[in-house]
Write a protein that binds this ligand. Structure first.
Ligand code: HEM
Length: 387
């Protein structure tokens, strides 16, 4: 006859295993199930062109199987990733972005015109108070890209009201973070469905022009989609990509080495201040923004940005990317570090790979809004198509 004690050890082991997995993997099944319902869970190793399943395996593992490495996820406030629930998918958004600008082979679906540059990042003493991310707390080389919104390079550069982009990669191979910023603090759509409808309304008709009636009707029914355009219209135009303020828009959960997590928003501020132009001067200068002006300033050692983290307050809206935090311009901010752009790189260096907002080293988590969730897949889809 077996003695009672002989069951005790395996039983205790089983109980320990179950408790351990609950503590360390609290949301993994939920996240994977929701992603699956949203149609963005790929098969292993799949990076298919034009597919919503274009999700590198490594990235999926980070989300679904390693929550212990992302402790911000054990707190429901930070863990609640929102996934698109409507008809739009990341692939349909990339389709619409491409259609808006006439499906140019080899071009990015968005921010197609850009200048690849290199530089350095040096953290501030205070970065560690906000995040334990090695990308932000350790000096590193930087690969960066300044860009202009739109899929048509010629139009984007000539239109001085086009949104400008600033993307950069910090950290070493094991702790890489890609941060993508734009020259407005809000996005133009709150949901993916709204983004798809917005893009479709702008697709040119057979006469090569968008239907203005349709666009006006869309704005009338979706007032928040005007927030970004209103912001751009109310502010002086950037006269230099090196003298523009760029925002990360989303609310990112940041965890420091004490395990404390709070939301931050990224903002890159030119150390020498903003450089703006108005009226005719802006028109005259817009065409060389991406080329001569930038290159001259880099040659003069004049391109430096403070990378700031805006600190949250209780009750801040963290899932609506069309609105700012209350009193956002007067928030407590921490300078995380400084980027100095030291040289121009061949554009091929940036074009061969991708600045992907989903690449975040441990210590900065995924923002909880549905637009960010879609971005995780959309960039890989666009990369696969333009290769
Ligand atoms: C807050 C919102 C957003 C910001 C700040 C942003 C910013 C940027 C920037 C700066 C780039 C240029 C990247 C580079 O230099 O290589 C870019 C490219 C792109 N964006 Fe976004 N974006 C936003 C939202 C979205 C959304 C919601 C989607 C789709 C669901 C999207 C899809 C794309 C795609 C497909 C590319 C081209 C990627 C490539 O082929 O490399 N973006 N975005």
């Amino acid at each position: 006859m077996r003695r009672r004690g002989s069951f005790a050890l395996p039983y205790a082991g089983l109980v320990f295993l179950i408790s351990w997995s609950r503590v360390n993997y609290p949301n993994s099944r939920i996240d994977c199930a929701v992603r699956h319902r949203a149609g963005i869970t790929p098969r292993d190793g799949e990076l298919g062109a034009g597919s919503d399943k274009a999700w590198p395996l490594q990235e999926r593992r980070r989300i679904c199987a390693t929550p212990r490495r992302c402790p911000e996820r054990s707190n429901p406030r930070f863990a609640l990733l929102q996934f698109p629930t409507g008809a739009a998918t990341p692939a349909s958004i990339v389709d619409a972005l491409n259609a808006r600008t006439g499906n140019r082979p080899g071009a990015r679906a968005s921010f197609a015109e850009g200048r690849c540059v290199r530089g350095t990042y040096v953290p501030s003493d205070r970065a560690v108070e906000i995040t334990k991310s090695v990308s932000f707390t350790t000096p590193s080389r930087v690969l960066a890209r300044f860009s202009a919104e739109g899929g048509n390079p010629a139009v984007a550069v000539a239109d001085s009201r086009a949104l400008r982009g600033f993307s950069f990669k910090l950290g070493d191979n094991d702790h890489r973070s890609d941060i993508l910023l734009q020259s407005a603090p809000v996005h133009f759509a709150r949901t993916l469905d709204q983004m798809l409808a917005f893009l479709k309304a702008q697709v040119p008709g057979p006469d090569g022009k968008p239907d203005m009636e349709k666009i006006r009707a869309f704005f009338a029914a979706n007032a928040e989609t005007l927030h970004q355009a209103n912001y751009i219209a109310a502010h002086p135009l950037p006269a230099s990509l090196a003298g523009t303020i760029y925002w990360g828009v989303h609310s990112f959960p940041a965890t420091n080495s004490k395990g404390e997590t709070r939301f931050i928003k990224f903002k890159a501020v030119p150390v020498g201040g903003e450089v703006t132009l108005t009226g005719d001067a802006a028109k005259a200068r817009s065409a060389d923004l991406l080329r001569d002006d930038l290159e001259n300033r880099i040659a003069a050692g004049d391109v430096r940005f403070s990378v700031m983290g805006l600190l949250d307050r209780p009750g801040d809206p963290t899932t609506d990317v069309t609105i700012r935090w209350p009193d956002e311009d007067h928030r407590e901010v921490v300078r995380l570090g400084t980027i100095v752009i030291t040289g121009v790189e061949a554009n091929d260096t940036c074009d061969a790979s991708i600045f992907n907002p989903a690449n975040l080293a441990e210590g900065i988590g995924d923002p909880p809004d549905e637009i960010f969730a879609a971005r995780r897949a959309a960039y890989a889809i666009s990369l696969a198509r333009r290769r």
